[in-house]
Design a protein around this ligand. Sequence first.
Ligand SMILES: Nc1ncnc2c1ncn2[C@@H]1O[C@H](COP(=O)(O)OP(=O)(O)OP(=O)(O)O)[C@@H](O)[C@H]1O
Length: 596
Amino acid sequence: MVMKKKKKIGEEEEKGRNQNTELFASCSFSSLGLHPTLCQQLLERMGFEAPTLVQAEAIPVILSGRHVLVNAATGTGKTVAYLAPIIHLLQSYSPKIDRSHGSFALVLVPTRELCLQVYEILQKLLHRFHWIVPGYVMGGENRSKEKARLRRGISILVATPGRLLDHLNNTASFMHRNLQWIIFDEADRILELGFGKEIEEILEFLGSRKVGTSGKEDQVTYFSNSRRQNLLLSATLNEKVNHLAKISLENPVMIGLDDKKVQVDPSVECIGSIQSDIDDELEHSNKATIVSAGDYKLPAQLVQQYVKVPCGSRLAVLLSILKHLFERVTSQKVVVFFSTCDAVDFHYYLMSNFRRTSSAHSETELKDMFLRTKNFRLHGNMKQEDRKTTFQAFKTEKSALLLSTDIAARGLDFPKVRCIIQYDSPGEATEYVHRVGRTARLGEKGDSLLFLQPIEVDYLRELEKHGVSLSEYPILKMLDSLTLNGHVQGGRKFAALELHPWLLSLQKALESCMAEPKMNKLAQTAFCSWVRAYTAHRGELKRIFMVKKLHLGHVAKSFALKQQPSLVGKSFQRQSKKRKMDEKRRGLSKKRKVVR
Ligand SMILES: Nc1ncnc2c1ncn2[C@@H]1O[C@H](COP(=O)(O)OP(=O)(O)OP(=O)(O)O)[C@@H](O)[C@H]1O
């Protein structure tokens, strides 16, 4: 027995060692050529002893001045991979740069939260380089204050695209003629959010600005535009990223692309096994192509599961799983993804007020069913201040639940998130990858769970096309283990999941909460948005997520409503009636055509 245990511990240690060698390089930050003070900051303020593999590959290349495209799995340390070499180079300039020289580096990010996150890392890294000033501009912030900060000068500026373009057009005192680096972090997301046009305008604006035309001839000009170095980082590659790479990178070095992802012509120079120089690739797509389908990079230690739940039991199953998770491990963080802001608001309010508003059960029964944890919510319709507070609070909490839209899916680094639940399906497989990427970061353990209705299980095949395969979560076994009034619920076999006594009991308690007007209103609004979002699945996915296969009464039940809200019901029914009539008409005309 003892031998067995020792063997197991030995195996785990071995596994841990292997994982470390897969993630971390065997060199030091200083051996990559970084300044000793910067290495000290990385160690003392960030706790980084050695570079990750992607950092070890990217830092020397960025130091050499080449344009770079980095494609690496989520949570592998891409942020420091580009910030560290830029800081190293900036601190070495002589004479020393100061804020009057304006911006030298521009980091473009898709969301406000990511903007703050990168800014915070910058602040830590620049602690001992006080002459290099970090700053940010982003949507939702006070423009005049930002203008004032830009006027004083920001050496490394982090920005969301829309607000940056606004300042480029309207803030005359924004000095960027010394700009040497443009970095696109989470490039695919920037483009997916529809910022493609802004990005092209930004590039054009910055590229066309001539050196020394500002009239302030006494100011030092460090670089001409020809010295600019652009860096593009993305955990997933697709055609849009390829296009951005084409228009923004010159002669780039590709980092983190393996043979599967890039088909390179043998005549193209390659550096090492995963670092391929694909000079011609972006110019001549016949020589090398980024393969958009194929395997996505996911952390090897991530445990991915799906749970098949009939629509009407979704809410009760979600709450049961959360309760189980937080009871099994009391101190942990979990993120649940929803498709709409309204759904986040409803579930947040429900989970925060469940015990107070339910009247159908005794106090002890409710105590059994209640989820005891700190809840947070995050979505794009919240006030900027609330978004900031939630973001910071969830970061520092040891045990908490975050309900969020896809706003939290990209780039955000919440430490110690143990589990990701995708309650509403992500749609595109890339989105799946980014959502699950919020856990299992840098070698840590992590679980992910995808909710699917029986009518949606074909989505698993869609994920498999990208090399993502999921195992089934043992939902019945879990429900059987839950206790109500001191009794374990399992033992009997049930014809269907939805007849499980625990779920029936919980559903009844949830529905009784709907007597409270605010809760009821939130549920109805969330129901409407959910149906709208379901109809918005794109292209191929419409085949899997088919609105006409939905039973709206069951959808209503998943919002604890006994009936589907009449208003939407009617308009939705009108729409689907119209669609059916259209289809019938089209069908008839087709038939007529065939007959002719
Ligand atoms: N060299 C290192 N040693 C230890 N921890 C590190 C190191 N580099 C980065 N980290 C930590 O790893 C985590 C992931 O880093 P980061 O957010 O930069 O990853 P990413 O690749 O940008 O992820 P995503 O694709 O999700 O944006 C962070 O918590 C960061 O502090």
